[in-house]
Each structure stands twice: as C-alpha cells, then as structure tokens.
Design a protein around this ligand. Sequence first.
Ligand SMILES: [Zn+2]
Length: 252
Amino acid sequence: MKYILALIVFGSIVLFSCKEKKKITPKEIQENLVETNDVAKEQVESGVGQKDSPASLNVQLYSKEEIESFKDSTFVILKKLDTTFLYSMKYATKDNFLKEQVYDCDDCLVRYKTAKQLIKANNEFKKAGLRILFFDCYRPLYVQKKMWKIYPDKRYVADPSKGSNHNRGTAIDITLADLKNDTLAMGTPFDYFGKKAHHAYLNLPDSILNNRKKLKSTMEKHGFWSITSEWWHYNLSQSYKYPVSNFKTTCD
Ligand SMILES: [Zn+2]
C-alpha cells in the first residue's frame, strides 16, 4: 500500500512538472503584456483577469514587432492580444442553429481595429467585475451562405449577396460574464430568433433589461452599434470600410 501511495505521489510530481514546463506562467504573461502594448498594461495594473482558464495561459501572445506591424484592417486572433476575454464559440461546436460544426477552429478572429475597441470596452466592463464572452466573431462568407440557406430571414441572418459584418471581421456576438465566469441573464439564449431577443422587447424583469442596457451602452460608448433583433450582436462603426472575407479559420 505504502509503495502504491509513493508511486502515485511520484507520478503526480512528474506529471505536474511536465505540465508546468509547457505552460507560460501568469507572471510571464504579465511581463509579456507589459512589454507588448499599452492596453495590456492597464489590465495588469488593474489586476483583473487573473482567473484565466488554463487554456489561455498557453497562449503565445503577439510580439511587440507583430503588433506594431498591424494595420486596422489586419485580422488578429483576439486571445493573442488580450488574455482576459471569455469564449463559447458556438459554430465550432454542434450547439448552434445549423446543428453542425462549421468552424475547424474556435479562435475568435477580428480586424485589429475591432480588437482595439473590444479591449477598451472589456476594460470598462472589468471595472464592474464583468468580462465579454464571445459566441461568434469573424465568419467566412461560405458559412454565411450555409446559414442563409437554412434560415433566409434578414432580421436574423445577413443576405450573403451583400455580406455580413461578421464576414468583414467587424461584428461580434457577445454576452457578459461575471468573475466566476457565469454569464449574466439576458432573457433568451444566443441565436434565439424571436421577439424576446429584440432590444425593443421590454416585457422582461428589470434585472435582465439592466444587463442588456449595460452591454449596449458600454459597447456604443466604444464605437459599436447594435441591431434591433439580436441583443448579442454588435457592429463596429464604419464596418463598410472593410471588405467581405472568405478565408477559412484554422488553429495552426
Ligand atoms: Zn452576429
């Protein structure tokens, strides 16, 4: 018995140290963030975002040189700029209205301009103990066509002949989560195609209306605009400046 116990203890130590070698420590991330950009500096100083999931601790952040080379139109992987966002990327799973996994990768990609504004909005949410959780970000045009085929209703799915701002890397589907990573009540699930998801639908408890209002007012303050039919969807202002894209996302 003693022998088995010793073996388990030894095994755990070996496993633990192997794991540790692969991971970047939160301290290293902090140091890296301080070096990489000013927005990240704010997070480190505020101390928010220290409850990162192990996955985000493995992220290879963009280098200072990479960040300096970005144009507003460059597509970036958001978690490589800022590790304090949360994700539940529905189209990288079968848990969506298509009932099909349409993304190979669950990274959230957006144009650099979108990312900068999202980081600003998230920094404000963090002051209130909240964070942005993403359901969807950049969406290739071929996925838009697939969605339109299944649900050709302009109130909920953009016509692929015109393209969606998701295809431009300037729209995101989001909600808010607290520091325990629990999402706030918003009245309906994501991709609920009905009146209850509309901003004008007020037959909801005050707490829910307040959550929607908090999300909307802060996003608007940082350069995003909402649409009438989906509480979760936000477009970057002047999205039209960016072309529709159709590249496939991979986690390579
Ligand atoms: Zn959307």
